[in-house]
Design a protein around this ligand. Structure first.
Ligand code: RUB
Length: 319
């Protein structure tokens, strides 16, 4: 299951920052429970290798290293043997997954309060957290409608319109480049996040920053729905979030690419929306202006400037 989950995340059969995090944690839990190791150091070493394998699958979604770090920090040499370590790990994994699901529900409750009766919304990509806010607003009886973008090249918009349709929400499906054309009709843009940096910039599906720019021009508000484990501790040291660039064949068929020797196809799959294009970030801990991102990293994730070690998850093994 471990290698299988890693492959599915790489191939985007499992996708979306929250789902990726939960899938990685579930895979680690399953790997731990079936792992045969005679000694605790041997068990910890194998678990670290497994964690590294999963962490390397997609570089941008900070939820992945944050989730892995959170569950791996349950593993310590002070356990009385492998079985005790396994039990502690299982408990931490289960509480991470439950907490992650509860966070989405809480974001939905908080985020939906920022959606008014009669609002026209626009969403981009396929975000569990953003859609949860929209669906919660509908459940609260608000008359809303949504513009949903196509999301080239992987068409995550198809997933979004299925969900919106099933929730009975009137939806207009548009190509990505039509976002500015319709922006004057939109009251609120709602998107998710793969990462939020310390200065409140939001990393999300490619095209989000263009939509935010169009929203700013039209004076349309932009709300981001993001669990706190999508905030990126390493950015407090000025480190950048790596933007994943995927296979050109996601954009054009191989035969066409082969026929265009002078054309280089670029396929960055995320972009960065600066904080001043974002009005609000809704987390399970409350709705904050993006400028408060450091508070989340310090007070909820527990990282202070100068303390981030750069280690992904092994730092607590000695504790
Ligand atoms: C998904 C994407 C989503 C965020 C947030 O990109 O950009 O907006 O991951 O989603 P991809 P969620 O399809 O490349 O994984 O709120 O579900 O975590």
């Amino acid at each position: 299951m471990l290698a299988d989950t890693a492959e599915k995340i790489k191939r985007m059969e499992i996708r979306g920052a929250g789902r990726i995090a939960r899938a990685a944690v579930n895979a680690l839990e399953e790997y731990s429970s079936t792992l045969s190791a005679r000694t605790l150091p041997e068990y910890l070493e194998k678990m670290n290798d497994a964690a590294s394998l999963l962490a390397a699958t997609r570089p941008t979604a900070v939820s992945l290293p944050n989730a892995i770090r959170s569950v791996m920090s349950a593993l310590r040499l002070s356990y009385n043997g492998v079985e005790e370590a396994k039990a502690g790990f299982r408990e931490r994994c289960q509480s991470f997954v439950t907490g992650s699901e509860q966070a989405v529900q809480r974001i939905a409750e908080i985020g939906s309060r920022h959606i008014r009766d009669g609002d026209v919304l626009l969403t981009h990509c396929n975000s569990e957290a953003a859609l949860a806010c929209i669906i919660e607003a509908k459940k609260a009886g608000k008359e809303i409608s949504v513009f949903a973008t196509e999301v080239r090249p992987r068409n995550q918009g198809h997933l979004t319109i299925k969900t919106l349709d099933r929730a009975g929400i009137p939806t207009s499906f548009i190509v990505d480049s039509a976002a500015r054309y319709f922006m004057n009709e939109v009251d609120l843009v709602i998107v998710g996040a793969d990462a939020v940096t310390v200065n409140g910039a939001v990393v999300n599906k490619i095209g989000t920053s263009q939509i935010a720019l169009a929203a700013s021009e039209a004076r349309t508000r932009v709300m981001v729905a993001a669990e706190t484990y999508k905030f990126a501790p390493k950015t407090i040291l000025g480190e950048y979030i790596e933007i994943e660039e995927r296979d050109p064949e996601e954009i054009l068929p191989p035969a066409m690419i082969a026929d265009l020797p002078n054309v280089r196809i670029r396929n960055p799959v995320f972009d960065v929306t600066p904080a001043h294009y974002v009005d609000l970030i809704v987390t399970e801990a409350g709705a904050i202006p993006p400028q408060m991102a450091y508070i989340i990293i310090r007070d909820i994730l527990g990282w202070e400037i100068g303390e981030y070690s750069g280690a992904l998850f092994s730092s607590n093994n000695e504790g």
